[in-house]
Design a binder for this molecule. Structure first.
Ligand code: FDA
Length: 498
């Protein structure tokens, strides 16, 4: 339902009664566009055709967020919440269909408070991963947090979908290390873990963003890392045996000791084996010699550093500094489309040969494979809403890029065709996907009677959440049975019938 002009006016009036007007940006405000694009990561959602918010609210405390929800409810204006704006489909700030909505942008709510003694921290959703990692490193050189690689990702969206990076084999996904959270629900109440109840606390940890309310902050468990970690990057072309080494990697990487993580970036005719090892080169070399000699690792490949130095090194390049983690500016020049898969049975050598043929085609993109095993795989699938656990060998992310000079249709077609080609070789029934690599081509909600339908959500929901989809829908029914917080891929409410 598109609200009338009257309800939009009522909404704005209600907001300005509760929130300082300098924190509100309507479409006619001179700064509206700069605030809107401030964290847009994919410029394909910053065009004149993009369905934009009526107003952007930039709260500086919890009561502003509560007021935005109460005003939205009273006036039938929905809210989309944005933390870091990295959503692959831009759902935190744009709507796929014509709709009047507001954005609550949490960028100003970004404090990080570390309790070094207890090895815990409270982090606000609007903080970036870079800011979280930086604050931890200022408190201790041997504490870390296991989450994603890109420092400008927002904590709010990232944690909502699970969140993983180079520590996933040692410490699992980000939400495996969440101890408490604060949430503004669809009634505008501010709830902690106890007040929101076990079902909702379970759901916000991996059940995807937007559905259950606005998570304002998270209490996390910090994890120990040694004073020295070792990074390496070993590129192997097809001519140098990439097919054989990759075929072997699938068996080796998920079974290595948890301290060793080796992912692969596969592009054109090269597989780049990129690693973080929680220890020194002296102990890594014999380990690689016995477990994965095919890669031919030697001392010249080793780059020893602290854990915090490894963060800019892996994502921003070898000249980046730890201070660069505080830079929230994002690169908005490259357009992209992504999707994902999970592999449970090693892909055979002949198929890898065909995969490299796909990667050699015109307009081809790339694949990133992240090995599982270790801690991430140690939990039962229902322990958290993030379900991709035991039996997963690795996650695949497919990506393709283009510039403003084209409309991306050739690159998107390549991605879709390649995804179709991969179907027989990846997980099935459901074909699993990672919600943080959001792809609307997996399915979109259909709204029936002003509520997203459970059946329409099942199509994409079981890919993201497997058997947890139904329990997520019931948690949604508990906390937001009217489906106030919704988007194209939010969890539909399921209300138990008596
Ligand atoms: P954004 O603000 O766009 O929010 C994403 C979704 O969550 C939206 O639906 C939004 O409404 C909702 N949401 C946001 N804040 C919320 C809150 N406080 N409460 C409730 N809902 C909220 N992932 C990964 O696991 N490991 C990785 O290494 C990477 N690397 C990576 C690199 C790059 C360049 C990109 C663009 C993305 C990744 N990702 C990733 C994926 C990333 O984890 C995913 O896009 C996150 O959802 C982004 O969180 P943001 O807060 O930035 O997004």
């Amino acid at each position: 339902i598109v609200p009338s002009q009257a309800s939009s006016d009522g909404f704005l009036k209600c907001l300005s009664g509760a929130i300082p007007t300098q924190l509100l940006y309507t479409q006619s405000s001179p700064s509206f566009t700069s605030v809107l694009v401030s964290s847009i990561r994919n410029p394909k959602f910053a065009t004149p055709a993009t369905v934009k918010p009526l107003v952007i609210v930039t709260p500086t405390n919890a009561s502003h967020v509560q007021a935005a929800v109460v005003c939205g409810r009273q006036n039938d204006v929905r809210i989309r919440v944005r933390s870091g704006g990295h959503d692959y489909e831009g759902l935190s700030y744009r709507s796929e269909r014509p709709e009047v909505f507001a954005v609550v942008d949490l960028a100003s709510l970004r404090s990080v408070t570390v309790d070094q003694k207890a090895a815990t921290a409270w982090v606000d959703s609007g903080a970036t991963l870079g800011e979280l990692y930086y604050a931890i490193s200022k408190a201790s050189s041997t504490l870390a947090f296991p989450a994603g690689l890109c420092p400008t990702i927002g904590v709010g969206g990232h944690f909502s979908g699970g969140g993983f990076g180079m520590l996933l084999r040692k410490y699992g996904v980000a939400i495996d290390n969440v101890l408490d959270a604060t949430l503004v629900d669809a009634k505008g109440r501010l709830l902690d873990k106890q007040a929101m109840g076990a079902d909702v606390f379970w759901a916000i940890r991996g059940g995807g963003g937007e559905s259950f309310g606005i998570v304002l902050s998270w209490k996390v468990n910090l994890v120990p890392v040694p004073p020295t970690v070792t990074m390496f990057s070993v590129p192997k072309s097809v001519n140098e045996g990439a097919v054989d080494i990759l075929t072997r990697w699938q068996e080796v990487a998920p079974a290595l000791p948890d301290d060793l993580f080796i992912r692969v970036l596969i592009q054109k005719q090269v597989a780049d084996f990129q690693s973080m090892y929680l220890g020194t080169c002296d102990t890594l070399l014999p380990l690689m010699g016995s477990r994965f000699p095919e890669l031919g690792l030697n001392r010249t490949h080793c780059k020893e550093m602290t854990w915090i130095q490894s963060v800019p090194y892996i994502y921003l390049g070898s000249t980046a500094t730890v201070e660069d983690l505080l830079n929230r500016t994002t690169d908005t020049t490259s357009f992209s489309k992504a999707t994902s898969d999970y592999v449970r049975q090693a892909i055979t050598k002949d198929v890898w040969v065909q995969i490299f043929a796909w990667l050699a085609k015109p307009n081809a993109g790339l694949m990133i494979t992240d090995p599982y095993g270790g801690k991430i795989s140690s939990f039962p699938e229902s322990a958290t809403a993030f379900p991709h656990r035991g039996g997963v060998l690795y996650n695949i992310q497919y990506m393709n890029f283009w510039s403003a000079a084209t409309n991306g249709s050739a690159q998107i077609k390549w991605l879709k065709d390649f995804y179709a080609f991969m179907a027989p070789y990846v997980s099935q029934n459901p074909r699993e996907a990672y919600v943080n690599y959001r792809d609307l081509d997996l399915g979109e909600n259909v709204v029936v009677g002003n509520v997203s339908s459970y059946q329409s959500g099942k199509v994409w929901g079981e890919k993201y959440y497997k058997g947890n989809y139904q329990r997520l829908a019931m948690a949604k029914g508990e906390v937001d049975s009217d489906d106030y917080f919704r988007n194209e891929q939010s969890i539909p409410p399921l209300v138990a019938t008596k």
